[in-house]
Design a protein around this ligand. Structure first.
Ligand code: GAP
Length: 455
């Protein structure tokens, strides 16, 4: 994944927009940065929070078979022995320079990547987990790891959630949070980071129903991206080959996105069988089974795991929504983000800095600010201010002009087609609320009218 895909936004252009407009900065930049670590700026944190909110809504709020969890990043070190991470990542590894898959050196036959035939890095003993120490003594007994996935926090809490919520199979636990991996190969902006965020679901089912639930989740998760505006032609499913499957997985699909640098994994959906619960049962000595009231039997549930990256989703949403249009003033750059994801929902723009417009403009700003993230901008020409909002994906601009002082009406200008309507300030909140929920712009509130250039 190194080349620029023709027709997709140039990665450098995206990186520069993110820096210039305050979406994403290199971490600790004044000291030269830290490899594969990034900071989310004022707009980036809004976008990222909106991605997580949309995920939580689909994964937890909208379903009656899901609950949430927020487990700690530091866990008992035995967790990672049971999960296979301590042993699994301690082999000599090589990495394919082309597709970035890692291979144990003893799995390589002809010196090339078994998946794509690419060139391989030199082998090195490598464990992806970051180590640190708990307590004042830095010895082997006090070693703990920064979690490399959020999933294990869910598995070790399976019985806690079951007992406290009295759930019946099938049900799932969802969690978002930071994960850490000491990645060998980095680069490509926020695609592969050393500190990143995941959105993971562990869905517990009766053995024998796992294939049906696996299909369900693959479909649900694929649709989540397209419902949030990612173009279908830029999404695809790829089933893992037998050789690729992780040691715990019976089946796995990647949802891939056509990033500016090529098709690559956005999310993985795996059938993890009963591997993790069995392992934790074995290593902790605690019963991790589920008592089936119908059959009066203890069973070990199977697990379907949809595992997504927050940062990769942010990158995909940014890349997919980026657009440029030539106009008489030059180039209009637009982030056509889904309204639910847009960091700023509306901008309040007085036509000019004339002080007569100030009180009403501030009044409108205050009304809207209590409902949404809203910006106020009165610097430079109105055209320039529209452009600035288009470039950060703001769906609606509210303009206050001299006529507004007479009739208490303001103009709503939409980002995508630049159409405008004129509405009474009194119905601004309900109108904007409806428009942010994709009610057509043509639907007008009482007293509202079509405006300049409206077809
Ligand atoms: N619990 C399963 C698991 O962690 P994974 O395929 O290793 O599976 C899941 O990771 C998702 O997390 C990936 O699809 C990707 O979106 C994200 N991810 C993994 N490593 C990442 C990294 N170094 N930087 C950014 N995102 C990453």
């Amino acid at each position: 994944m190194t080349e620029q895909v023709p027709g997709k936004v140039d990665m450098d252009k995206l990186v520069s927009l993110c820096k210039r407009r305050g979406f994403i900065f290199p971490s600790s930049e004044i000291y030269g940065g830290l490899g594969a670590c990034y900071d989310y700026g004022p707009l980036g944190v809004e976008l990222k929070n909106n991605v997580k909110k949309a995920w939580w809504k689909a994964a937890v709020q909208d379903r009656d078979d899901m609950v949430g969890l927020d487990a700690s990043i530091l866990m008992h070190p035995q967790t990672w022995v049971a999960s296979g991470h301590v042993q699994g990542f301690a082999d000599p590894l090589v990495e394919c320079k082309q597709c970035h898959q890692r291979w144990r050196t003893d799995h390589i036959k002809d010196g090339r990547c078994p998946a794509c035939g690419g060139e391989l890095t030199e082998p090195r003993m490598f464990n992806l987990m970051f180590k640190t120490f708990v307590g004042p003594v830095e010895d082997e007994a006090s070693v703990v790891y920064l979690r490399p996935e959020t999933a294990q926090g869910i598995f070790v809490n399976f019985q806690n959630v079951l007992n406290s919520t009295r759930r019946k199979l099938p049900f799932g636990i969802a969690q978002t949070g930071k994960s850490f991996r000491n990645e060998i190969t980095t680069g490509n902006f926020i695609f592969r980071m050393r500190e990143f965020e995941q959105m993971e679901i562990e869905y517990f089912v009766k053995p024998g129903t796992d294939e049906q639930w696996f299909k369900h989740w693959v479909e649900q998760r694929f649709n989540w991206y397209s419902n949030l505006g990612i173009k279908k032609e830029n999404l695809r499913l790829r089933q893992h080959t037998k050789d690729e499957l992780a040691h715990y997985a019976r089946d796995c699909y990647d949802i891939e996105y056509l990033f500016p640098i090529g098709w690559s994994e956005l999310e993985g959906i795996a059938n993890r069988t009963d591997f993790d619960l069995k392992q934790h049962s074995k290593y902790s000595g605690k019963d991790m089974s589920y008592f089936d009231e119908e059959t009066k039997e203890h069973i070990m549930p199977y697990v379907i795991e949809p595992s997504a990256g927050v940062d990769r989703s942010v990158l995909a949403f940014l890349a997919d929504s980026y657009d440029e249009e030539k106009d008489k003033e030059g180039l209009r750059v637009i982030l056509r983000l889904h309204y639910a994801l847009a960091p700023i929902k509306a901008a309040v723009l007085p036509l000019s800095r004339n002080e007569k417009l100030l009180p009403l403009s501030k009044e409108v700003y205050d009304i809207l600010r209590s409902c949404w993230m809203v910006q106020y901008d009165d610097a430079q020409s109105i055209g320039r201010r529209y452009r600035r909002q288009d470039e950060i994906g703001t769906p609606f601009c509210i303009t206050i002009d001299f006529q507004s002082l007479e009739d208490r009406q303001v103009t709503i200008r939409e980002r995508d087609k630049m159409r405008q309507i004129r509405v009474p300030i009194e119905s601004l909140i309900s109108t904007l609320d409806a428009k942010l929920n994709y009610e057509p712009l043509e639907v007008l509130p009482p007293g509202g009218k079509k405006w300049l250039g409206f077809e």
